[in-house]
Ligand binder design. Sequence first.
Ligand SMILES: Nc1ncnc2c1ncn2[C@@H]1O[C@H](COP(=O)(O)OP(=O)(O)O)[C@@H](O)[C@H]1O
Ligand SMILES: [Mg+2]
Length: 328
Amino acid sequence: MVTADQVKALVRSHADGDDGHFYSVAMQVAARAARGGQTKFAQELRELVDTAKASSARQPAKGIRPVPVVQPRGDLAGLLAVSYPDRRLSDLVVEDQVRAAIERVLTEQHQADRLREHGFEPLRSLLLVGPPGTGKTLSASVIAGELHLPLFVIRLEGVITKYMGETAAKLRLIFDAATETRGVYFFDEVDALAGDRANTNDVGEIRRVLNSFLQFLEQDESSSLMVAATNHPQLLDRAMFRRFGTVIEYPLPSPEIARGVIRNRLATMNTGGLSWKKLDEAAEGLSHAELTLACEQAAKEVILSKSASVTTTLLVEALQERRRATRG
Ligand SMILES: Nc1ncnc2c1ncn2[C@@H]1O[C@H](COP(=O)(O)OP(=O)(O)O)[C@@H](O)[C@H]1O
Ligand SMILES: [Mg+2]
């Protein structure tokens, strides 16, 4: 029998244009059918996949993105790294209010012209706050992916220097770039600007670095999106929060969300026999990223040992190992 998760994985990989993944799920469906005694169906499905693979190999690959035209050059090269993420909203397993906040940003961006006709600006500056591994960086990729925009990750360690004047000049370069090239500009660990690692003991200077960032943010009239993230909201001052169009809080996963993360990551595997009660316990307190890593470890063990399905025991062990790894 084809599982619901396999069908979803098929549709998702098709939507993402990920042929490799699509065929591999189809082959898993065939393998499962063969084990279940549906040998004819399995055989036909394998042949279909083989034929499809052979014909797509002859055609230029779909979904390959054009060579990026915007590669940061000169002074910018050390400050920005560009990528073209193909992450989708469906990759993100988050509480309803987080999803709603991101959907609102996407809708306003998609309908920006309509808003502007009436004299309104779409939301385009976001502060993402929450513990490590809860999906802040992934969200920046999802926003870029959904809007088909390049993602520019700002290397703050390249921006922050001992010299205030230099730091401000570098920030200016980045905001100029945002005016010139529309994209998602992602300032990760933006609390570094608030002085924690600003490498100076001069409190006045720290304030000036932060203020110049806030000023650039406020003056920015580009059509780019400015996304900042922090694990240390206590290091940011309230002024910082006020300057962003929206602040989104990323909590650690609830049991329900944790299940969703596990289901999502194991979508291509047989998970029918899992005991969710036991998993809830083992997953408690782990971040989305830690849950994902535990699933990956368990899945790989299953695949390489040629077992039929992911067992609760295996997954619980992987989750416990994650907990030990991160809690020391
Ligand atoms: N909310 C989430 N939903 C699904 N996967 C997630 C989520 N958060 C984290 N992950 C997984 O963990 C990885 C690292 O998460 P990341 O977005 O870098 O966390 P953060 O930036 O908050 O520290 C992601 O690439 C993804 O595989
Ligand atoms: Mg991150």
